[in-house]
Design a binder for this molecule. Sequence first.
Ligand code: GTP
Ligand code: MG
Length: 394
Amino acid sequence: MNLAVIGFGNAGGKVVDKLLAFEEDTGRSLWRFALAVNSAEIDLAKLDHVPRDNRILIGQTDQRVKGRGAGADPEVGADIARRDHQEIERAMDGVPIHDIDGFLVVAGLGGGTGSGGAPVIAETLHDRYAEPVYGLGILPSADEGGRAAFNAARSLTSFTEATENLICFDNDTWRQHGDSVEMGYERTNEEIARRVVTLLAAGELDGSQISEAAMDSSDVKRTLATGGVSSIAFASSEVESRTREQRGLINRFTNGHEESGPDENDLTMKIHGLVRKAVTSRLTVPAEIDSAERSLIVVSGPPSEFSQKGLRRAREWLERETDSVEVLAGDDPREGADRLSVAVLLSNVTRVDRIDALQDQAVDAKSNIQQQADTREDEINDLITDDAGELDPI
Ligand SMILES: Nc1nc2c(ncn2[C@@H]2O[C@H](COP(=O)(O)OP(=O)(O)OP(=O)(O)O)[C@@H](O)[C@H]2O)c(=O)[nH]1
Ligand SMILES: [Mg+2]
């Protein structure tokens, strides 16, 4: 499909940058427009792929921000997104609205600007345009502490409500010990881009002449139209440089078979195997897959690697695994690609332990924050009033 993408806050901008980089590296063209919005000037300046004119600094007149960020306060993030909405909307005038299938709003939910601002902008887009608005929300890892969990749990509610579908990525699941924070983010942002681009680029071209089962962007839209939270599964394998024709010949010589039968079997097993591998590997956010309402399998790579039989088997397998008949499957032909990749969208998953854990952490944090505020007030009172209570304030 074709989308306009908007990154909010630091993580939002960095991830959009990676989405554009991965698109470029793999010769795709799904992003018809890209915008980064932030309250910290320095973060906007670091982006490589988002065009300079499409980087919007908000909250400049706000005393709490002054070009340096919302200080992990989502209320501030939401305030400045509302106050500076005209500036954002003016930038959105550049969206080629007739060429897009929808919007994607991206943010890390543990801070201030993205956490508070992304749901606000999603709602604005929803009110202003007829196209669907999707979200990509990054959940903080548990060791970022109570404040980040509190911000994320609150943002998750409003972001889910403001979007047709919120694809989640969980930093806790993807963090690797030994990484520096920045190195870790660099790596995870690439993992996000690979999954999101492989999935959403399906149906960007009309591949119906090349592959019988070419996916249409309306299939992707339909699967995303559930509301709620989604997770993406992914797996890929290298494509052997020998072409299928060559392999067909070799098979004929070595086994004496007349047709390329064994080759077809290999491809069937390869596709089916990749789909199973994807779904049983680490998801963007771990979820019980049988809680998904709908699913979509995208097989992307050179058409010589496709197998209709493999795709059908994989779909039947996923129907059993997810206990649902709402499974769509299709190809995304990419002539010349050096990998065969599978992305599976598990849409509207309702059993997601990480989100439950985040909410528990947030509830604890909320009472801690309140308690600390109360204690602080008592301590200040203690400090500034004399013990005997003999002094009157002026
Ligand atoms: N995957 C990933 N997560 C990130 C990255 N940077 C930050 N995060 C996550 O996103 C959350 C929000 O961080 P930022 O995006 O820096 O915050 P912000 O939206 O700019 O908000 P303020 O700085 O408070 O104004 C953090 O709690 C992290 O969990 C990144 O590059 N990749
Ligand atoms: Mg920031």
